[in-house]
Design a protein around this ligand. Sequence first.
Ligand code: 5GP
Ligand code: ZN
Length: 115
Amino acid sequence: MESECLFCKIAAGQIPTEVVYEDDDVIAFKDIRPQAPVHVLVIPRKHIPAIAELADEDASLVGELVVTARKIAAAKGLTADGYRLVFNNGPGAGQDVYHVHLHLLGGRRFTWPPG
Ligand code: 5GP
Ligand code: ZN
């Protein structure tokens, strides 16, 4: 745990958060500023600042993030209409929190290309 990292604090239960799912490796919680009717962040408990800093051995952990998002999307009834999964990496992509997180967005239609 990085003591100054917001998402490490959330994973440690130190900040009030609406947790959607958690296990030994990952935790999922509602985004505080939702951009869609469903907006959940899925994060590893392990502190990894950004996708750019992933190690090869993190591959299965990232797979767990995606599979967890798929399960949450299914539980929320999003499978038929579809949903969007997003990793923002670095300043140009709008990454604000430097602890890897997968955005699960659903419940409305999304445009492409993204903004
Ligand atoms: P990024 O822009 O880094 O990809 O996304 C960071 C996300 O974290 C944003 O969607 C933002 O609303 C969310 N966020 C920032 N601070 C908090 C917080 O304290 N609690 C929760 N639940 N979400 C947060
Ligand atoms: Zn962290």
